[in-house]
Design a protein. Structure first.
Length: 429
Protein backbone atom coordinates (compact mmCIF):
# COMPACT_ATOMS: atom_id res chain seq x y z
CA UNK A 1 0.00 0.00 0.00
CA UNK A 2 1.32 3.44 -0.92
CA UNK A 3 1.52 6.22 1.67
CA UNK A 4 -1.56 8.42 1.62
CA UNK A 5 -1.44 12.04 0.58
CA UNK A 6 -3.62 14.74 2.03
CA UNK A 7 -3.84 17.54 -0.47
CA UNK A 8 -5.74 20.77 -0.69
CA UNK A 9 -6.25 19.93 -4.37
CA UNK A 10 -7.55 16.46 -3.63
CA UNK A 11 -4.70 14.72 -5.46
CA UNK A 12 -3.57 11.42 -3.94
CA UNK A 13 -0.07 9.95 -4.03
CA UNK A 14 -1.12 7.08 -6.29
CA UNK A 15 -2.24 9.59 -8.91
CA UNK A 16 1.23 11.04 -9.25
CA UNK A 17 2.51 7.94 -11.01
CA UNK A 18 -0.62 6.86 -12.84
CA UNK A 19 0.31 8.07 -16.31
CA UNK A 20 3.69 7.90 -18.03
CA UNK A 21 5.99 9.23 -19.34
CA UNK A 22 6.11 12.76 -17.86
CA UNK A 23 8.09 13.43 -14.70
CA UNK A 24 8.16 15.93 -11.89
CA UNK A 25 11.29 16.19 -9.97
CA UNK A 26 13.38 18.05 -7.54
CA UNK A 27 16.80 17.10 -6.59
CA UNK A 28 14.89 17.64 -3.48
CA UNK A 29 12.78 14.80 -4.57
CA UNK A 30 11.63 14.00 -8.02
CA UNK A 31 7.91 13.81 -8.65
CA UNK A 32 6.34 11.94 -11.57
CA UNK A 33 3.72 13.67 -13.70
CA UNK A 34 1.63 12.38 -16.55
CA UNK A 35 1.52 14.52 -19.68
CA UNK A 36 4.05 15.27 -22.42
CA UNK A 37 3.42 18.63 -24.09
CA UNK A 38 3.01 18.04 -27.78
CA UNK A 39 4.85 20.23 -30.23
CA UNK A 40 7.15 19.21 -33.08
CA UNK A 41 9.69 20.82 -35.36
CA UNK A 42 8.65 21.34 -38.97
CA UNK A 43 11.26 22.45 -41.44
CA UNK A 44 10.49 23.52 -44.98
CA UNK A 45 13.34 25.58 -46.30
CA UNK A 46 15.13 28.66 -45.08
CA UNK A 47 12.14 31.01 -45.23
CA UNK A 48 9.99 28.74 -43.09
CA UNK A 49 13.03 28.15 -40.85
CA UNK A 50 13.39 31.87 -40.13
CA UNK A 51 9.65 32.11 -39.56
CA UNK A 52 9.86 29.27 -37.05
CA UNK A 53 12.73 31.00 -35.30
CA UNK A 54 10.56 34.03 -34.70
CA UNK A 55 7.34 32.15 -34.08
CA UNK A 56 8.73 29.46 -31.78
CA UNK A 57 11.00 31.91 -30.03
CA UNK A 58 7.90 33.97 -29.44
CA UNK A 59 5.88 31.02 -28.19
CA UNK A 60 8.53 29.14 -26.24
CA UNK A 61 10.41 31.99 -24.67
CA UNK A 62 8.80 35.33 -25.03
CA UNK A 63 5.15 35.16 -25.92
CA UNK A 64 3.75 32.97 -23.16
CA UNK A 65 4.73 30.01 -21.12
CA UNK A 66 1.98 29.20 -18.71
CA UNK A 67 2.17 25.93 -16.82
CA UNK A 68 -0.72 24.11 -15.28
CA UNK A 69 -0.19 21.27 -12.82
CA UNK A 70 -0.74 18.65 -15.49
CA UNK A 71 0.03 20.22 -18.86
CA UNK A 72 2.11 22.98 -20.39
CA UNK A 73 0.11 25.41 -22.51
CA UNK A 74 1.32 27.97 -25.03
CA UNK A 75 -0.94 30.82 -26.01
CA UNK A 76 -0.70 34.52 -26.78
CA UNK A 77 -4.39 35.39 -26.50
CA UNK A 78 -5.19 34.49 -22.91
CA UNK A 79 -6.14 37.47 -20.77
CA UNK A 80 -3.51 38.37 -18.21
CA UNK A 81 -0.93 36.11 -19.86
CA UNK A 82 2.79 36.80 -20.02
CA UNK A 83 2.36 37.80 -23.67
CA UNK A 84 -0.24 40.43 -22.91
CA UNK A 85 2.01 42.06 -20.30
CA UNK A 86 5.31 42.01 -22.20
CA UNK A 87 6.71 44.42 -24.76
CA UNK A 88 8.35 42.40 -27.52
CA UNK A 89 9.58 45.26 -29.67
CA UNK A 90 13.17 44.60 -28.63
CA UNK A 91 12.90 40.90 -29.40
CA UNK A 92 11.45 41.48 -32.85
CA UNK A 93 14.00 44.19 -33.60
CA UNK A 94 16.92 41.88 -32.72
CA UNK A 95 15.36 38.98 -34.64
CA UNK A 96 14.96 41.19 -37.72
CA UNK A 97 18.58 42.34 -37.52
CA UNK A 98 19.81 38.75 -37.22
CA UNK A 99 17.75 37.70 -40.22
CA UNK A 100 18.84 40.61 -42.40
CA UNK A 101 22.49 41.14 -41.47
CA UNK A 102 24.06 38.08 -39.89
CA UNK A 103 26.95 37.01 -42.11
CA UNK A 104 27.11 33.33 -41.22
CA UNK A 105 24.55 30.56 -41.71
CA UNK A 106 21.41 30.74 -39.58
CA UNK A 107 21.04 27.57 -37.52
CA UNK A 108 17.45 28.12 -36.62
CA UNK A 109 17.05 25.30 -34.15
CA UNK A 110 20.11 26.46 -32.18
CA UNK A 111 18.70 29.97 -32.01
CA UNK A 112 15.36 28.69 -30.76
CA UNK A 113 17.06 26.55 -28.13
CA UNK A 114 19.14 29.55 -27.10
CA UNK A 115 16.05 31.71 -26.77
CA UNK A 116 14.36 29.19 -24.51
CA UNK A 117 17.49 28.61 -22.43
CA UNK A 118 17.96 32.36 -22.00
CA UNK A 119 14.39 32.75 -20.79
CA UNK A 120 14.88 30.13 -18.09
CA UNK A 121 18.32 31.38 -17.08
CA UNK A 122 16.86 34.87 -16.63
CA UNK A 123 14.95 33.53 -13.61
CA UNK A 124 18.23 33.50 -11.72
CA UNK A 125 17.32 30.15 -10.16
CA UNK A 126 20.23 27.66 -10.06
CA UNK A 127 17.83 24.70 -10.13
CA UNK A 128 15.65 25.75 -13.09
CA UNK A 129 17.13 24.90 -16.47
CA UNK A 130 16.35 24.08 -20.09
CA UNK A 131 18.40 21.11 -21.32
CA UNK A 132 19.01 20.01 -24.90
CA UNK A 133 17.90 16.55 -26.08
CA UNK A 134 21.17 14.76 -25.29
CA UNK A 135 21.23 16.12 -21.76
CA UNK A 136 17.58 15.16 -21.34
CA UNK A 137 18.30 11.55 -22.23
CA UNK A 138 21.17 11.44 -19.77
CA UNK A 139 18.96 12.94 -17.08
CA UNK A 140 16.50 10.06 -17.29
CA UNK A 141 19.27 7.48 -17.65
CA UNK A 142 20.74 8.72 -14.39
CA UNK A 143 17.36 8.34 -12.71
CA UNK A 144 17.58 4.68 -13.67
CA UNK A 145 20.89 4.55 -11.84
CA UNK A 146 23.10 3.81 -14.88
CA UNK A 147 25.41 6.19 -16.71
CA UNK A 148 28.99 6.83 -17.79
CA UNK A 149 31.27 9.25 -16.02
CA UNK A 150 33.31 9.67 -12.86
CA UNK A 151 30.38 9.59 -10.44
CA UNK A 152 30.03 13.17 -9.20
CA UNK A 153 26.91 15.09 -8.18
CA UNK A 154 27.58 18.82 -8.67
CA UNK A 155 25.73 22.13 -8.47
CA UNK A 156 26.63 25.74 -9.11
CA UNK A 157 26.54 27.86 -5.97
CA UNK A 158 26.84 31.36 -7.30
CA UNK A 159 29.77 31.16 -9.72
CA UNK A 160 31.37 28.20 -7.93
CA UNK A 161 31.01 24.62 -9.21
CA UNK A 162 30.62 22.66 -5.98
CA UNK A 163 30.64 18.90 -5.42
CA UNK A 164 27.44 17.81 -3.64
CA UNK A 165 28.66 14.25 -3.31
CA UNK A 166 30.84 11.62 -4.97
CA UNK A 167 28.73 8.54 -5.59
CA UNK A 168 29.52 5.49 -3.50
CA UNK A 169 32.03 3.22 -5.21
CA UNK A 170 32.57 5.65 -8.07
CA UNK A 171 35.95 6.63 -9.59
CA UNK A 172 35.49 10.09 -8.05
CA UNK A 173 35.10 8.65 -4.55
CA UNK A 174 38.04 6.28 -5.07
CA UNK A 175 40.20 9.20 -6.19
CA UNK A 176 39.35 11.10 -2.99
CA UNK A 177 36.93 13.86 -4.02
CA UNK A 178 34.61 15.01 -1.22
CA UNK A 179 31.35 16.89 -0.75
CA UNK A 180 32.02 20.61 -0.61
CA UNK A 181 35.05 20.56 -2.94
CA UNK A 182 34.99 23.49 -5.39
CA UNK A 183 36.04 22.57 -8.92
CA UNK A 184 38.58 25.12 -10.14
CA UNK A 185 39.61 23.46 -13.39
CA UNK A 186 38.74 20.57 -15.70
CA UNK A 187 41.80 19.37 -17.61
CA UNK A 188 43.50 22.66 -16.80
CA UNK A 189 40.65 24.93 -17.91
CA UNK A 190 38.16 26.75 -15.69
CA UNK A 191 34.63 25.28 -15.77
CA UNK A 192 32.07 27.35 -17.70
CA UNK A 193 30.51 29.75 -15.20
CA UNK A 194 26.89 28.87 -14.49
CA UNK A 195 26.77 26.18 -17.20
CA UNK A 196 26.36 22.91 -15.32
CA UNK A 197 25.71 20.97 -18.51
CA UNK A 198 28.85 22.34 -20.10
CA UNK A 199 30.85 21.33 -17.04
CA UNK A 200 29.35 17.83 -17.07
CA UNK A 201 30.13 17.43 -20.77
CA UNK A 202 33.77 18.29 -20.15
CA UNK A 203 34.08 15.86 -17.25
CA UNK A 204 32.39 13.01 -19.08
CA UNK A 205 34.04 11.07 -21.88
CA UNK A 206 34.76 7.61 -23.23
CA UNK A 207 35.12 4.80 -20.73
CA UNK A 208 38.79 4.28 -19.88
CA UNK A 209 39.83 7.83 -20.73
CA UNK A 210 41.09 10.14 -17.99
CA UNK A 211 40.11 13.58 -16.72
CA UNK A 212 42.07 15.86 -14.40
CA UNK A 213 40.09 17.86 -11.85
CA UNK A 214 41.61 20.66 -9.82
CA UNK A 215 39.61 21.46 -6.70
CA UNK A 216 39.80 23.77 -3.72
CA UNK A 217 39.27 22.19 -0.30
CA UNK A 218 39.49 24.77 2.45
CA UNK A 219 42.76 26.62 1.86
CA UNK A 220 44.28 23.76 -0.17
CA UNK A 221 44.34 23.25 -3.94
CA UNK A 222 44.29 19.59 -4.97
CA UNK A 223 44.62 17.77 -8.31
CA UNK A 224 42.86 14.47 -9.07
CA UNK A 225 43.45 12.28 -12.13
CA UNK A 226 40.34 10.14 -12.60
CA UNK A 227 39.66 7.32 -15.04
CA UNK A 228 36.16 7.41 -16.48
CA UNK A 229 33.97 4.32 -16.13
CA UNK A 230 30.43 3.05 -16.52
CA UNK A 231 28.65 3.86 -13.28
CA UNK A 232 26.26 1.17 -12.08
CA UNK A 233 24.58 2.61 -9.02
CA UNK A 234 22.92 0.14 -6.66
CA UNK A 235 21.01 2.52 -4.49
CA UNK A 236 20.41 0.36 -1.38
CA UNK A 237 22.75 -1.89 0.59
CA UNK A 238 22.59 -3.62 3.98
CA UNK A 239 25.41 -4.87 6.18
CA UNK A 240 25.90 -5.88 9.80
CA UNK A 241 28.59 -4.62 12.19
CA UNK A 242 28.80 -5.79 15.80
CA UNK A 243 25.14 -6.77 15.94
CA UNK A 244 23.91 -3.50 14.46
CA UNK A 245 22.62 -3.35 10.88
CA UNK A 246 23.62 -0.43 8.66
CA UNK A 247 21.15 0.37 5.88
CA UNK A 248 22.72 2.62 3.26
CA UNK A 249 20.78 4.50 0.57
CA UNK A 250 23.00 6.30 -1.92
CA UNK A 251 20.28 7.86 -4.08
CA UNK A 252 16.51 7.64 -4.56
CA UNK A 253 16.19 6.25 -8.10
CA UNK A 254 14.07 3.74 -10.02
CA UNK A 255 15.31 0.66 -8.17
CA UNK A 256 15.27 2.14 -4.65
CA UNK A 257 11.80 1.00 -3.60
CA UNK A 258 12.40 -2.58 -4.77
CA UNK A 259 15.83 -2.84 -3.16
CA UNK A 260 14.58 -1.18 0.01
CA UNK A 261 11.74 -3.69 0.33
CA UNK A 262 14.27 -6.51 -0.02
CA UNK A 263 16.41 -4.93 2.71
CA UNK A 264 13.37 -4.58 4.98
CA UNK A 265 12.55 -8.27 4.51
CA UNK A 266 16.14 -9.18 5.36
CA UNK A 267 15.99 -7.06 8.50
CA UNK A 268 12.73 -8.65 9.63
CA UNK A 269 14.17 -12.14 9.22
CA UNK A 270 17.03 -11.28 11.59
CA UNK A 271 14.60 -9.89 14.21
CA UNK A 272 16.89 -6.86 14.45
CA UNK A 273 16.00 -4.15 16.98
CA UNK A 274 18.53 -1.46 16.05
CA UNK A 275 19.47 0.04 12.70
CA UNK A 276 21.66 2.84 11.36
CA UNK A 277 20.19 4.55 8.30
CA UNK A 278 23.14 5.94 6.34
CA UNK A 279 22.14 8.86 4.10
CA UNK A 280 25.58 10.42 3.80
CA UNK A 281 26.40 11.74 0.32
CA UNK A 282 22.87 10.90 -0.87
CA UNK A 283 22.03 13.75 -3.29
CA UNK A 284 18.29 13.01 -3.47
CA UNK A 285 16.05 11.63 -6.18
CA UNK A 286 12.49 10.41 -6.61
CA UNK A 287 9.94 11.72 -4.15
CA UNK A 288 7.82 8.58 -4.00
CA UNK A 289 10.87 6.51 -3.07
CA UNK A 290 11.76 8.90 -0.25
CA UNK A 291 8.18 8.89 1.06
CA UNK A 292 8.09 5.09 0.94
CA UNK A 293 11.31 4.82 2.93
CA UNK A 294 10.14 7.28 5.59
CA UNK A 295 6.75 5.54 5.75
CA UNK A 296 8.44 2.24 6.66
CA UNK A 297 9.81 3.73 9.89
CA UNK A 298 6.69 5.62 11.01
CA UNK A 299 3.39 4.70 12.69
CA UNK A 300 0.13 5.74 11.03
CA UNK A 301 -0.85 9.36 10.55
CA UNK A 302 2.57 10.98 10.88
CA UNK A 303 3.48 13.85 8.59
CA UNK A 304 6.41 13.05 6.30
CA UNK A 305 6.82 16.27 4.34
CA UNK A 306 4.79 19.27 3.21
CA UNK A 307 4.95 20.69 -0.29
CA UNK A 308 4.04 24.40 -0.58
CA UNK A 309 3.16 26.06 -3.87
CA UNK A 310 3.17 29.59 -5.24
CA UNK A 311 -0.62 29.93 -4.94
CA UNK A 312 -0.54 29.19 -1.20
CA UNK A 313 -1.83 25.64 -1.54
CA UNK A 314 0.03 22.73 0.00
CA UNK A 315 0.23 18.97 -0.18
CA UNK A 316 0.95 16.98 2.96
CA UNK A 317 2.35 13.47 2.73
CA UNK A 318 1.53 11.24 5.72
CA UNK A 319 2.37 7.70 6.76
CA UNK A 320 -0.29 5.04 6.26
CA UNK A 321 0.54 2.69 9.14
CA UNK A 322 1.96 -0.11 6.99
CA UNK A 323 5.55 0.53 8.09
CA UNK A 324 7.25 -2.64 9.35
CA UNK A 325 10.20 -0.86 10.98
CA UNK A 326 8.17 1.52 13.12
CA UNK A 327 9.40 -0.02 16.39
CA UNK A 328 13.11 -0.19 15.60
CA UNK A 329 15.67 2.06 17.27
CA UNK A 330 17.10 4.29 14.53
CA UNK A 331 20.03 6.66 14.10
CA UNK A 332 20.39 8.55 10.81
CA UNK A 333 23.80 9.55 9.45
CA UNK A 334 23.98 12.81 7.43
CA UNK A 335 26.69 15.08 6.07
CA UNK A 336 27.15 17.95 3.64
CA UNK A 337 26.35 15.64 0.73
CA UNK A 338 22.94 14.67 2.16
CA UNK A 339 20.46 16.61 0.03
CA UNK A 340 16.89 16.88 -1.06
CA UNK A 341 14.94 13.60 -0.90
CA UNK A 342 17.47 12.32 1.63
CA UNK A 343 16.81 15.41 3.75
CA UNK A 344 13.07 14.69 3.54
CA UNK A 345 13.60 11.24 5.05
CA UNK A 346 16.01 12.46 7.73
CA UNK A 347 13.74 15.36 8.66
CA UNK A 348 10.65 13.19 8.84
CA UNK A 349 12.27 10.66 11.18
CA UNK A 350 13.79 13.35 13.38
CA UNK A 351 10.67 15.52 13.67
CA UNK A 352 8.48 12.51 14.51
CA UNK A 353 10.83 11.41 17.28
CA UNK A 354 11.86 8.25 15.45
CA UNK A 355 15.55 9.00 15.05
CA UNK A 356 18.39 11.28 16.03
CA UNK A 357 20.74 12.72 13.41
CA UNK A 358 24.49 12.19 13.62
CA UNK A 359 27.10 13.88 11.45
CA UNK A 360 27.29 17.27 9.77
CA UNK A 361 24.67 19.81 8.67
CA UNK A 362 23.03 18.56 5.48
CA UNK A 363 23.33 20.26 2.09
CA UNK A 364 20.10 22.26 2.17
CA UNK A 365 18.08 21.62 -1.01
CA UNK A 366 14.42 22.19 -0.34
CA UNK A 367 12.84 23.10 -3.66
CA UNK A 368 11.03 20.88 -6.13
CA UNK A 369 11.48 21.06 -9.87
CA UNK A 370 8.82 19.99 -12.35
CA UNK A 371 10.39 18.33 -15.38
CA UNK A 372 8.69 18.51 -18.78
CA UNK A 373 10.13 16.34 -21.54
CA UNK A 374 9.32 17.61 -25.02
CA UNK A 375 8.86 15.64 -28.23
CA UNK A 376 12.44 16.27 -29.38
CA UNK A 377 13.91 15.03 -26.09
CA UNK A 378 14.71 18.45 -24.62
CA UNK A 379 13.57 19.04 -21.05
CA UNK A 380 12.52 21.96 -18.88
CA UNK A 381 13.28 21.78 -15.17
CA UNK A 382 11.36 24.47 -13.32
CA UNK A 383 11.18 25.19 -9.60
CA UNK A 384 7.49 25.10 -8.66
CA UNK A 385 7.34 24.41 -4.92
CA UNK A 386 9.29 24.17 -1.66
CA UNK A 387 9.56 21.38 0.91
CA UNK A 388 9.10 21.71 4.68
CA UNK A 389 9.70 19.19 7.44
CA UNK A 390 6.86 18.04 9.71
CA UNK A 391 7.80 20.85 12.14
CA UNK A 392 7.56 23.40 9.33
CA UNK A 393 11.32 23.84 8.89
CA UNK A 394 12.54 24.78 5.42
CA UNK A 395 14.92 22.23 3.98
CA UNK A 396 16.79 25.03 2.24
CA UNK A 397 18.62 25.72 5.50
CA UNK A 398 19.87 22.15 5.79
CA UNK A 399 19.30 19.87 8.77
CA UNK A 400 21.40 20.39 11.89
CA UNK A 401 22.52 17.07 13.42
CA UNK A 402 21.69 16.25 17.02
CA UNK A 403 25.26 14.99 17.45
CA UNK A 404 27.95 16.73 15.43
CA UNK A 405 30.73 14.53 14.02
CA UNK A 406 32.90 15.89 11.19
CA UNK A 407 32.93 14.15 7.83
CA UNK A 408 36.70 13.64 8.13
CA UNK A 409 35.84 11.10 10.81
CA UNK A 410 33.50 8.92 8.76
CA UNK A 411 34.06 5.90 10.98
CA UNK A 412 33.57 8.12 14.01
CA UNK A 413 30.04 8.84 12.75
CA UNK A 414 29.24 5.14 12.65
CA UNK A 415 30.87 4.70 16.06
CA UNK A 416 28.80 7.51 17.54
CA UNK A 417 25.62 6.03 16.08
CA UNK A 418 26.44 2.62 17.60
CA UNK A 419 27.13 4.28 20.96
CA UNK A 420 23.72 6.00 20.91
CA UNK A 421 21.88 2.79 20.00
CA UNK A 422 23.67 0.78 22.67
CA UNK A 423 22.99 3.46 25.29
CA UNK A 424 19.29 3.56 24.37
CA UNK A 425 19.11 -0.23 24.60
CA UNK A 426 20.66 -0.19 28.08
CA UNK A 427 18.22 2.50 29.18
CA UNK A 428 15.28 0.60 27.69
CA UNK A 429 14.36 3.36 25.27
Amino acid sequence: MKPKVKSSTGVRFEKLQSKAPRARFALAAFRQRPVWPRWTWQWAGPVLGVFLLLFLGYLLGFAHGSSTRGRLLYSDSRAGSFASRADFDLFWAVADIIQERYYGPLRTKDLVYGSVRGLVEALGDPYSAFDLPGAGRRFFQELAGNYEGVGLEMEYQGEDLVVIAPLQGSPAETAGLKAGDTVLAIDGEAPPVGDILGAIERIRGPVGSRVRLTVQRGDRTLDFEITRAVIHLRSVSLREEEGIHILSITKFVDDTEKLFRQAVNDLLQTQVQRVILDLRNNPGGLLQAAVQVANEFLPAGKKIVEERFKDGKSTIFTSDGSGQLANLQVVVLINGGTASAAEIVAGALRDNGRAVLVGERSFGKGTVQEVDEFADGSILKLTIAAWFTPRGESLEKGLKPDFVVTDDGAEEMVGKAKEILERDEREGL
